[in-house]
Design a protein around this ligand. Structure first.
Ligand code: NFS
Length: 653
């Protein structure tokens, strides 16, 4: 957004981001008098009461503000205690996050139905093996049935994910038996996502559920309706319709923009529009149109989560994560940025205007004031994509902005899936998680960590992700990644097999043997469900306990910012995973609700939350938890026997 206000230049761009390309664009934005979120975030002073969730605005007797330093001194006008207030606030955050993923999943399901019904012709079922596999996983008999018959049955079953009034969400059948039994015992198996989100909203109305333990149960249920519901539907059906990813080399960072090409960036979360754009840019008509305007071609690039998905599936280059979406426009080289839903900053509109870039919204659920809206319809993808390309090519032909494209670009291997992990360890005929479990039991791999989530201008962009992952792999923890975190590590060069020596001796040995990086990129945020399935497969393979809570695993979102991240965190906790958030957490230490989340849930047999401000401390907390689980499993000794330090290694040599 253009501003006359002096910008705080005392903080150098390299202190705001460790991404050199983004730093270069932040400097340019400052020179151009344009303020982007990395500077806005720094200037914003968050409300000290809100940051700890000590305020309530669920009715108009308030808003009521309690004192975070003395939280039990006061109650709200209705008598709500600090525990009720914090629990209700988190509940609504989780409901929003779960609603976002379920809305996405439901949209994907609708597209799947329209393909099955023959109403959408531009997309089809690409992966019939996965279709059968997913159908079988929830008890559908596929024997002797035609592809579209199986697809129809799968649709009917998966619709219950959203519409069930009672019963159990279909994909919960994929959870380990002991994990599912725990949910049943506590009455938190999600029914239908619409019911869970609606009930969560209703129960947090003034004067309804005012017992933080009981509210927490519904928080877990609403979150599980995300992880084992809408998100999992989105991942699995996207794989079936657009192809299941397998490891592929892709380029990441702003250097993927090309000055002599028409540059079109797609940013958002739903793959259909991006797939439509991919088909349109290879149309010879548009290639010729671009050439007629003097361009060498059309360069299609992704950002954020749909970018991560397309990179995994098709190797499409990726220009950067959440904190770089405004900065990339500062290059002046973006002819059109096309967006759909979620994580699209409103600030993009004014910055696009400053750099004469077309910002085009395409989804009926997400318009932005100041952007051009061209609706994307799955029945007629070209109705939208062609108009986008006409605008982008015209803008290329009349470019007036000085162009400065950062040089940084990093190659990496993306596109791992839970299916591929199984295959790479065991091969086609004896694909299995047993080799992974064996390597955990014998101590070469200490444990597995999911490092995921956003970037947040409250901290130096990417720096927490990178420091944390570096520490984890150094300690032989295999890291699985998704979302903006994956992009941070990809930019830093960790997603290549060549990064194996950065890992500890055990993990690097495994990586070198199998030929994989120590950090495996699984795609977008809804693809966190691949981690749930991988964890379930580890339990099933045996030797590491009966439930996800028994596994030597941990999760983390070190630079989180969105409500979706809170929903994801809670579904991992409720599935049995110790989950640590960096930056902060919206509860007050020392309160009963905080203690329940950070301690009590684990005693009940679930995972638990953790938080710390320093990435190395977070890594150590995760490693300590992994070691605790190893001890409980009785495999802590094996690790001590197998580990050799560098001097031992030299002696052996
Ligand atoms: Ni996830 Fe993807 Fe990124 Fe955070 Fe936003 S893009 S869904 S919420 S910022 S990881």
């Amino acid at each position: 957004m253009a501003s006359d206000k002096p910008i705080n230049k005392q903080v150098s761009s390299s202190e705001r981001t460790m991404c050199e390309a983004t730093a270069q664009m932040l400097d340019k934005a400052r020179r151009d008098g344009v303020i982007i979120a990395l500077d806005r975030g720094y200037e914003m002073k968050p409300c000290p009461i809100g940051v700890e969730s000590a305020c309530c605005k669920h009715c108009y007797m308030g808003p009521c503000r309690l004192n975070p330093r003395d939280p039990y001194k006061k109650v709200g006008v209705c008598g709500a205690t600090i525990d009720t207030i914090m629990a209700r606030n988190l509940a609504r955050n989780v409901a929003t996050g779960s609603a976002s993923h379920n809305d996405h999943g439901m949209h994907i399901l609708k597209l799947f139905k329209e393909i099955v019904d023959g109403r959408v012709k531009d997309f089809s079922i690409q992966d019939t093996i996965k279709l059968e596999r997913v159908a079988k996983s929830i008890g559908i008999d596929v024997e002797g049935k035609e592809v579209y018959a199986v697809a129809k049955e799968l649709y009917v079953e998966l619709e219950k994910t959203f519409s069930n009034v009672d019963g159990e969400m279909p994909f919960t059948r994929r959870a380990p038996k002991a994990t599912l039994e725990q949910w049943r015992k506590d009455g938190i198996v999600p029914r239908g996502a619409m019911r869970e989100v609606m009930e969560m909203m209703s129960r947090t109305h003034i004067g309804c559920d005012q017992e933080y333990n009981n509210i927490t149960k519904q928080i877990s249920r609403t979150a599980l309706a995300d992880g084992w519901g809408g998100s999992m539907v989105a991942t699995e059906l996207s794989d079936i319709m657009f192809g299941t990813p397998s490891p592929t080399v892709a380029e990441v960072n702003m250097g993927v923009l090309k000055e002599d090409h028409v540059n079109v960036i797609v940013h958002g979360h739903e793959p259909a529009m991006f797939e439509g754009m991919l088909a349109a840019v290879s149309d010879p008509f548009f290639v010729e149109e671009a050439k007629a305007k003097g361009a060498a071609g059309i360069n299609l690039v992704g950002m954020c989560c749909s970018g991560a998905e397309m990179m995994s599936r098709h190797g499409i280059p990726h220009a950067g994560n959440f904190s770089s979406t405004e900065a990339v426009l500062v290059t002046g080289a973006v002819d059109a940025m096309v967006v759909d839903i979620q994580c699209i900053k409103q600030g993009l509109a004014s910055i696009a205007k400053c750099y004469d870039t077309h910002l085009i919204t395409t989804n009926s659920r997400a318009h932005i004031e100041g952007a051009t809206h061209i609706e994307f319809e799955e029945q007629d993808p070209r109705g939208c994509t062609d108009q986008v390309l006409i605008k982008a090519i015209a803008r290329f032909g009349s470019r007036s902005m000085p162009i400065e494209i950062p040089k940084q670009v990093q190659k990496g291997v993306h596109g791992f899936t839970h299916e591929y992990i199984e295959y790479m360890l065991g091969g086609t005929f004896r694909g299995s998680y047993s080799p992974l479990n064996e390597n955990i039991i014998n101590g070469r791999i200490r444990g597995v960590a999911g490092v995921v989530g956003c970037t947040n201008p409250k901290v130096k962009q990417d720096s927490f992700h990178v420091a944390l992952v570096q520490e984890l792999i150094r300690n032989d923890v295999l890291v699985l990644q998704t979302g903006c975190s994956q992009i941070a590590l990809a930019k830093a060069g960790f997603l290549t097999p060549e990064a194996a020596p950065l890992a500890g001796p055990g993990l690097s040995e495994v990586c070198e043997t199998v030929g994989i990086p120590p950090v495996l990129g699984l795609g977008s945020c809804v693809d966190n469900t691949r981690i749930l399935i991988a964890a379930s497969a580890m339990v099933e393979a045996g030797g590491l306990g009966n439930s996800i809570a028994d596994l030597p695993v941990a999760g983390c979102a070190p630079e989180w910012m969105s409500e979706k991240a809170l929903a994801i965190g809670q579904y991992f906790v409720a599935s049995g995973v110790y989950t640590v958030f960096g930056i902060g957490f919206p509860t007050i230490k020392g309160t009963k609700f905080h203690d329940l989340l950070f301690n009590g849930l684990e005693q009940q047999g679930y995972g638990k939350w953790g938080t710390a401000a320093d990435p190395i401390e977070i890594a150590q907390m995760m490693i300590a938890h992994i070691d605790k689980k190893r001890k409980e499993l009785g495999i802590d000794k094996t690790r001590e026997r197998t580990l050799v330090d560098m001097s031992d290694r030299r002696d052996i040599a």
